[in-house]
Design a protein. Structure first.
Length: 492
């Protein structure tokens, strides 16, 4: 594709440098990825400025540069005011607008995004629809799994991934839309057909600074659904009727709205709810009929996740019996209320809960399992929202019988300082502080006895700890399994 073909999608730009129209074989924004014939987008990011790597990109064979500043080079420089926006348009053009050939389902909210995407995928696969999933855990299509660097990929990688899905015959792409991704325009140019809202509580204030900005970011997914109301390509907003933020989303979108919740005021709702230790049963109620369902999940929050997924399937005209079949087929999602299998007389659960609301939800779900004692291991991430640290500590002390504070991903912060922030929320309450996460998990398991439940919260599926600038292998589930096996051998 010629440079002029790529820039044809930009309404305003200026080209400086040689009067040439090179063949563009690749588009990239990391200088390490540059190959001969590349268009290198020099974008200023949070940690690095791509403009500093322009010379290196040219040395590696870049045929053209995209930038917001003028550079005197021996290759054409496409100058735009907003290179991040321009890259999204160019990526779409380069990969021939893949999202328009797919049905795209985007899921946003503070909690539940990963579980909902997997539930939606299970329903679609039960309906024999070929899917691809993009999210926190991975990028997955069929048996091909790729590592995910961000919950929502940048615009270039997103379009590349969607193009790969299209080439593999995928019909529906299901993706997690994070607040960071939305506010940074990573989904610009992506034609979303169904947008799902799970819930909204405090999170990411280190980045957004205010709840208003955080809310605005979430709203973007729904306001950008479009206003054309094309008959053969309707857009839908699937909203949590029981969350107050739904009112703001409703005002921001012109898409068709379908709601879900726990009462008949919602379009899709649950009745006859029965919760047990490892399953949840209810009657799924839709405008076209009702059906009984049993989830292989505990927790009221997972009922909401299932209802959101069912609502998305309903607008795709999937029969209710297929919806039930898909939801009942899911055994679990890695790191989401995941029970660690072992022979001890107590239960160990690993969960990604890293916000006040998600921690409260999983501890409430665990409490409904009627443990003799509820023990929780919890930490808070460094270089992230400090305001939630004392709140999460207080929830842990209020909801659990024994709260153990430990390190999570301290990043560049001193773990002791993070723990002191947590302790500010629990004056006069009983708790235990063990900075070393491995030792904290060991202590919790050693303290447990028959009928107890241990919740190891905060990291879930993650296989590492971020300490300073190092990524150190660490897996809550594997660490727990090691100690469980060790203690069982010592008891023999």
């Amino acid at each position: 594709m010629r440079l002029s073909d790529l820039t044809g999608c930009l309404p305003f730009y200026e080209i400086k440098g040689p009067e040439s129209d090179p063949e563009i074989l690749k588009v990239c924004h990391h200088h390490q990825d540059v190959e001969p014939g590349s268009l290198f987008a020099a974008i200023k990011g949070e940690k690095a400025d791509g403009r500093f790597y322009i010379e290196k990109a040219i040395e590696k064979g870049a045929a053209a540069i995209l930038s917001d500043t003028e550079h005197h080079l021996n290759v054409p420089v496409v100058i735009v005011k907003h290179p991040r926006h321009a890259l999204a348009y160019i990526a779409n053009q380069f990969y021939d607008y893949p999202s328009f050939d797919l049905n795209v389902i985007g899921v946003t909210g503070t909690n539940g995004k990963t579980t909902v995407t997997h539930m939606v995928q299970a329903i679609l696969e039960a309906s024999e629809t070929k899917t691809g999933i993009i999210g926190t855990l991975y990028v997955k299509q069929g048996n091909v799994v790729k590592k995910a660097e961000n919950t929502t990929p940048d615009s270039l990688l997103l379009q590349q991934t969607l193009a790969e899905f299209r080439s593999e015959g995928v019909e529906v792409a299901i993706l997690e839309a994070s607040s960071h991704g939305l506010s940074q325009g990573r989904m610009f140019g992506c034609d979303v057909d169904i947008a799902i809202f799970t819930n909204l509580t405090q999170d990411h204030l280190d980045y957004h600074e205010t709840m208003e900005h955080y809310k605005w970011s979430k709203t973007l997914l729904f306001s950008q659904l479009g206003h054309s109301h094309v008959n053969n390509a309707p857009k839908f907003a699937v909203l949590n009727h029981d969350d107050p933020f739904t009112e703001e989303i409703t005002a921001a979108t012109s898409a068709h709205i379908i709601t879900y919740g726990l009462t008949a005021e919602s379009d899709i709702y649950a009745e006859n709810l029965i919760q047990s230790k490892e399953t949840t049963s209810f009657t799924l109620c839709t405008p076209s009929g009702k059906a009984d369902i049993q989830l292989n999940f505990a927790g009221l929050f997972n009922v909401y996740n299932a209802l959101a997924s069912a609502a998305a399937a309903f607008v795709k005209r999937i029969p209710i019996e297929i919806i039930v079949k898909g939801l009942e087929s899911i055994i679990g999602v890695p790191g989401r209320f995941e029970i660690v299998k072992h022979d001890s007389p107590f239960t160990v659960i690993v969960d990604y809960a890293h916000t006040p609301d998600s921690l409260k939800n999983i501890l409430s779900a665990a409490r409904k399992m009627n443990p003799r004692k509820l023990i929780t291991v919890i930490g808070c991430g460094g270089d992230r929202d400090r305001a939630k640290r004392p709140v999460m500590a207080r929830i842990a002390c209020e909801q659990a019988d024994h709260a153990i504070f430990t390190s999570d991903n301290p990043r560049t912060e001193d773990p002791k300082k993070i723990l002191r922030d947590m302790e500010k929320g629990v004056h006069g309450r009983a708790y235990k502080t063990i900075e070393d996460r491995r030792e904290a998990i060991k202590y919790a398991i050693a303290k447990a006895s028959e009928g107890d439940i241990i919740i190891i919260a905060g990291k879930g599926h993650e296989k590492f700890q971020l300490i300073k600038n190092d990524k150190i292998p660490f897996d809550d589930k594997s660490v727990a399994e090691d100690f469980l096996n060790k203690f069982q051998l010592e008891d023999v």
